[in-house]
Write a protein that binds this ligand. Structure first.
Ligand code: AMP
Length: 299
C-alpha cells in the first residue's frame, strides 16, 4: 500500500443557504480518499459503527479504495452537524458525536505499515500520533486538523505537528493555533516546529504555501454554483497527496502542482452536498479545470 489516509468516516447533518441534508455520508477520511482515488488507490484507516451502510462501503470500493484498515464495531458511527451562513468559508459546528471514534486504536494492517505517502486527516491527534509510530518508511506525512482538536487537545496536536512534513490549516485555525492575526507569522511559527512546508487554506480564495524561504500563492476557482463546502479541505488534501503519490515526488515544483490539483478537486466538491459531486467526477473534468486554473494565474 503506497498511500494511506487516516481520519473519520461520518454521517453529517449539514445546513447551507442552499439546502439541508441529514446523515449524509461524510468524514475527513471519506472526502480525502475519494479525492486521492483520482491518482492512486489509497488505503483508509477509520472506524465505523453498525449503522454504517453497505451502499457507502460499495461507493468507496467502486473507487478502488482499500477498506482493510476500516474497523466496524458495535455502536454508532461518528456523526457531525454543521451550518453555514452566507459566508460559506467556515462551518459552525452544531454537534460532534464522537461515538465509536472513542474506541479506535488506529492499528494499521501490516500491508499499510510500509506506506510512503500518508495523510493524517482531521481526527484525534492521539490517533494521528499512533499511526506515525507504526510507519516503517514514510516519504511524506501530511496532516490536517480543526478547531475542535485545537480546543480540546492542543498539546497532543503540537507533538504531531513536530513529526510531519506538511501541515495543512485553514486561515482561522492557523490564527487560533498560533495566537496571531498574521498568517505569515503563524506559518513561520509552524515551520519552526519542524514541518518543511505549511499550507494555509483560505476557502474559496485559494491557498498559500510556505516553505523555509519560499512562498506560493494558489488562486481559488471562481465557482458559480456553491451548494455545500463540507469536505473541501479534505478533498483538497486528498487530491494533493494523491498527485504526489502518483508521481512519487516531494520537491517544491511538484507540491505546487499538487496544490492546484487539490484546489480543483475541492472546487468540484462544493458544487453539491456530501459526496454527490465528487463521486461522479471524471479525470477529464479535473484536467480541464486544471488548465483553466493555469490561465487564471497568467499575467
Ligand atoms: P472539511 O473538509 O473541513 O469541511 O471537513 C468536513 C468533514 O470533517 C465532515 O464530513 C465531518 O464529518 C468531519 N469532521 C467534523 N468534525 C470533525 C472532528 N472533530 N474530527 C474529525 N472529523 C470531523
Amino acid at each position: 500500500m503506497n498511500t494511506i489516509i487516516i481520519g473519520t468516516i461520518g454521517y453529517d447533518t449539514v445546513e447551507t443557504p442552499f439546502g439541508k441534508r441529514e446523515r449524509a455520508l461524510g468524514g475527513s477520511a471519506t472526502y480525502a480518499s475519494v479525492a486521492a482515488s483520482f491518482f492512486t488507490n489509497p488505503g483508509m484507516v477509520a472506524i465505523v459503527g453498525e449503522d454504517f451502510e453497505d451502499k457507502h462501503k460499495e461507493l468507496l470500493k467502486s473507487k478502488n479504495i482499500s477498506l482493510s484498515g476500516i474497523k466496524q464495531v458495535p455502536g454508532k458511527t461518528f456523526a457531525w452537524g454543521g451550518k453555514y451562513e452566507f459566508d460559506m468559508n467556515e462551518a459552525k459546528t452544531e454537534f460532534t458525536d464522537l461515538n465509536t471514534l472513542l474506541d479506535f486504536d488506529a492499528e494499521l494492517p501490516d500491508e499499510y505499515k510500509n506506506a510512503k505517502y500518508v495523510f493524517l486527516a482531521n481526527t484525534d491527534p492521539v490517533l494521528q500520533m499512533k499511526v506515525i509510530e507504526q510507519l516503517k518508511q514514510p516519504e511524506l506525512i501530511v496532516m490536517d486538523t480543526m478547531n475542535f482538536w485545537i480546543d480540546t487537545k492542543k498539546q497532543e496536536l503540537l507533538e504531531v505537528i513536530k513529526k510531519v512534513h506538511v501541515l495543512l490549516l485553514n486561515d482561522g485555525e492557523a490564527r487560533q493555533l498560533f495566537d496571531t492575526v498574521n498568517l505569515a507569522q503563524a506559518a513561520n511559527q509552524a515551520l519552526a516546529l519542524g514541518p518543511k512546508f505549511v499550507i494555509i487554506k483560505k476557502g474559496e480564495h485559494g491557498a498559500l504555501l510556505f516553505g523555509n524561504g519560499s512562498h506560493f500563492n494558489a488562486p481559488g476557482y471562481p465557482l458559480e454554483v456553491i451548494k455545500d463546502p463540507t469536505g473541501c479541505g479534505d478533498s483538497f488534501a486528498g487530491g494533493f497527496i494523491g498527485y504526489l503519490a502518483k508521481h512519487n515526488a516531494v520537491d517544491e515544483a511538484s507540491l505546487r502542482k499538487a496544490i492546484i490539483y487539490g484546489s480543483v478537486i475541492a472546487s468540484f466538491n462544493a458544487e453539491d452536498f456530501s459526496l454527490d459531486r465528487n463521486s461522479k467526477l471524471t479525470m477529464d473534468e479535473i484536467e480541464k479545470r486544471f488548465q483553466e486554473m493555469k490561465e487564471i494565474r497568467e499575467f
